[in-house]
Design a protein around this ligand. Structure first.
Ligand SMILES: Nc1ncnc2c1ncn2[C@@H]1O[C@H](COP(=O)(O)OP(=O)(O)OP(=O)(O)O)[C@@H](O)[C@H]1O
Ligand SMILES: [Mg+2]
Length: 343
């Protein structure tokens, strides 16, 4: 048994549209952007994660950067597998000695059967011998310390890069859920489009994301507003670089439509919640996880829309991977884990 343990490796992966996190024995070993740089000709990996991100939108003819996931699911299988391999190699150089690899991978709840099978296949290709999948809101609930096996309803709202997942969880299952493909990436695009329209300023994805993080807001009134941010880009009229100042109010305006869609999905999920569970949620409130939970004023905005208390998870970017790690330790017990047979 000991020998077997020595030769085995157990990891939990949150393969997100924006970030990939890997946890082993409760310790987060990888927390990097989901991106890979490839040699355009040979398709060999040049860099993964942070190093590849530095090259993003700055590449030349020989190198291309790829974000293998789109809307929460794998859009480029070859690139996704190479990226996962790259991350796994970072954790252990002795990888080839491990005879047994067990993995729990987190997936969005709106995933199709075909997409699910593709995730299993990718795990096979990186030599996983025992693979389980877990739905993202379930992982998020575990990650923030909720007891998902209790006969008590909890609503989780995970706003990631590609998807917003809203789910009511009780008795080890997802009672009802809404998954929409509007989340952080869409917010970033909204900011790019707004600056193009309002200021004739062309900016890249990375700059737009920085604007969102530094002066992003869900409300035009904030208690402690961030200072205006200097943004550099290219003037659409003259074609030369220029600088403007962006305020949080402008960002809130640019994000308003997308946030309304998130709110609509939350309202739908609440309407679909059975009354007994709705009464639990009335007391416990809503839990926000994922990077989108960090948007200024979002908790307040959702709270005034739903008239319910809204809690932002502590370290919302890591809630899902922590929960996936807890699932890894309980694969014998948690009936909600998906393996190839019950897929
Ligand atoms: N402070 C912040 N304010 C607003 N948005 C933020 C902040 N920090 C990170 N984000 C956004 O959160 C998103 C990433 O969140 P997260 O890592 O939870 O997504 P993911 O798990 O990779 O995506 P998905 O679950 O949809 O596949 C990105 O769009 C990022 O721009
Ligand atoms: Mg996620």
């Amino acid at each position: 048994m000991k020998l077997f343990k020595f030769f085995s490796q157990e990891i939990a992966i949150d393969l997100g549209t924006a970030n990939t996190l890997v946890i082993q024995d409760g310790e987060v070993l990888i927390d990097q952007p989901s991106i890979i740089a490839l040699n355009r000709r040979t398709r060999e990996t040049v860099a993964v994660g942070q190093r590849a991100m530095l090259m993003h939108e700055k590449t030349h003819g020989n190198i291309e950067t790829v974000r293998p996931l789109k809307d929460g699911v794998i859009a480029d299988f070859d690139a996704a597998e190479k990226m996962i391999k790259g991350f796994i190699n970072m954790i252990t150089a002795r990888r080839s000695f491990f005879s047994h690899m067990k993995m729990v991978i987190c997936i969005p709840s709106g995933i199709t059967e075909v997409e699910k099978r593709a995730v299993f296949d990718s795990a096979d290709h990186v030599d996983s011998k025992e693979t389980y999948l877990i739905y993202e809101p379930m992982a998020a609930a575990l990650g923030i310390g909720l007891d998902v096996e209790e006969p008590v309803g909890n609503m989780i709202i995970d706003i990631g890069g590609g998807t917003t997942e809203i789910a009511v969880i009780a008795l080890s299952g997802i009672v009802c859920d809404q998954s929409i493909r509007i989340a952080g990436d869409e917010f970033t695009l909204d900011i790019m489009n707004y600056l193009k329209k309002q200021h004739n300023l062309l900016i890249g994805e990375r700059t737009a994301e920085q604007i969102k993080i530094k002066v992003g807001a869900a409300l035009t009134e904030l208690e402690s507003p961030p200072e205006d941010l200097a943004v550099n880009g290219r003037d659409l009229m003259t074609g030369i670089p220029k600088q403007i100042y962006v305020t949080f109010k402008e960002v809130a305006e640019s994000l308003d439509k997308s946030i309304s869609k998130v709110e609509d999905a939350i309202m739908k999920a609440l309407e679909a919640t059975p009354p007994e569970l709705a009464s639990d949620i009335y007391q416990t409130g809503l839990y926000l996880t994922g990077g989108g939970a960090l948007l200024r004023g979002l908790d307040k905005r959702i709270s005034s829309k739903t008239k319910l208390p809204v809690h932002v998870a502590e370290d919302p970017l890591r809630a899902v991977v922590r929960g996936t790690g807890i699932a890894l330790k309980n694969t014998d017990r948690f009936t909600f884990l998906i393996d190839r047979r019950n897929n």
